[in-house]
Design a protein around this ligand. Structure first.
Ligand code: DP6
Length: 324
């Protein structure tokens, strides 16, 4: 069977996914909203080949660690079940962003894999079906299938937990200036972290309030209202980290430089610079700003002690097929 190749971007969540109602299916505790990150990308090629004896994964030109190969094989199993293909798959995947920067690659990797593998198996899935398939590999990958500004509706079942575009990338010139404060591998990754969410007393409150935050964020994006956007993004971020910090065991992802960036950015906003902060399951700070302030924000971040590197990304499109 001929190979298929795809490209997908990672995304940054403005309203965060943390905790699952069903871990196996990755049905999330709450809906989430994100923006795809242009310029950062995973490219993946898949070919089903009855001449090999098991699924193979080459990651950034190296044979992949077994744990990564098994996660990819689980996705290929789902594609084989949907398509009737029985052959093992040969997968090559590469990120153009350094693995050690703490930028999650599971979203772009699983979105690119869902698209390339389903196409290589002869399926022609809709955007919704692709989002559902990608979600089973990594929850946030559901959001890297549609383009631009994206909402993942939590849903109650496998079939209705998928992401869709709220607005295309061109809708609002926002940028993500990522302050890399540590390139060390995370102590507890997202997959191990989600099951801990329910050990925090605060998670039920956070989940119950999610519809309000989703509505405020959705409205702020549609109206391009940065002040309203910044307020809800930062509140949602702190709620998620409060849950992380108060579970058993607690997850304290912040480093001193994380806090330095949070304080600096609050001061910049008081000066009139349109910038706000959000942090994933790691110490790096994503400073979201309007394009008008991108150069200034990136330059100021580079002056903060402990900031090792600043990556910049604008709003990006959805997952797509590319030439092999
Ligand atoms: C903190 O999607 O990485 O970045 O489904 O186990 O792969 P898995 O988890 P993942 O979790 C993302 C957590 C987050 C918030 C977010 O992106 O919404």
């Amino acid at each position: 069977m001929p190979p298929s190749s795809s490209l997908a971007h990672p995304n940054i969540a403005f309203i965060k996914y943390w905790g699952n109602r069903d871990h196996a299916l990755r049905l999330p505790a709450n809906g989430s909203i994100s923006m795809n990150l242009a310029g950062l990308e995973t490219r993946t090629t898949v070919q089903f080949d009855s001449g090999i004896h098991q699924d193979e994964l080459t990651l950034n030109s190296q044979p992949a660690p077994e744990a990564a190969r098994l996660r990819v094989a689980a996705m290929l199993d789902r594609v084989r079940a949907l398509s009737g293909v029985t052959a093992p798959g040969r997968v090559t995947s590469a990120n153009n962003f350094p693995m050690g920067t703490g930028i999650a690659s599971s979203a772009s990797s699983m979105a690119a894999l869902a698209l390339a593998a389903s196409t290589a198996a002869g399926l022609n899935l809709t955007e919704r079906e692709l989002s559902i398939l990608a979600r089973t590999g990594s929850g946030s990958a559901a959001r890297s299938i549609p383009g631009g500004f994206v909402e993942w509706q939590a849903g109650a079942t496998h079939e209705d937990s998928y992401a869709f575009s709220l607005a295309p990338a061109e809708h609002w010139a926002l940028a993500d200036c990522i302050a890399v404060v540590s390139a060390a591998h995370k102590a507890t990754g997202s997959s191990e972290g989600h099951p801990l969410a329910d050990t925090s007393l605060l998670q039920p409150v956070r989940v119950a309030d999610a519809p309000r935050r989703l509505a405020l964020c959705r409205e702020a994006i549609l109206a391009r209202d940065f002040a309203a956007f910044a307020e809800i993004v930062e509140q949602d971020n702190l709620l998620m980290h409060a849950v992380m910090m108060t579970g058993r065991p607690p997850l304290l992802y912040w480093q001193p430089a994380t806090l330095a960036v949070l304080h600096a950015a609050a001061g910049w906003r008081a000066e009139g610079i349109e910038a706000c902060c959000t942090i994933d399951a790691g110490p790096n700070v994503h400073v979201i700003c309007t394009a008008q302030f991108q150069g200034e924000v990136a330059a100021r971040l580079r002056t903060i002690a402990g900031v090792q590197q600043v990556l910049e990304a604008e709003a990006g499109g959805g997952a797509r097929l590319v030439g092999n």
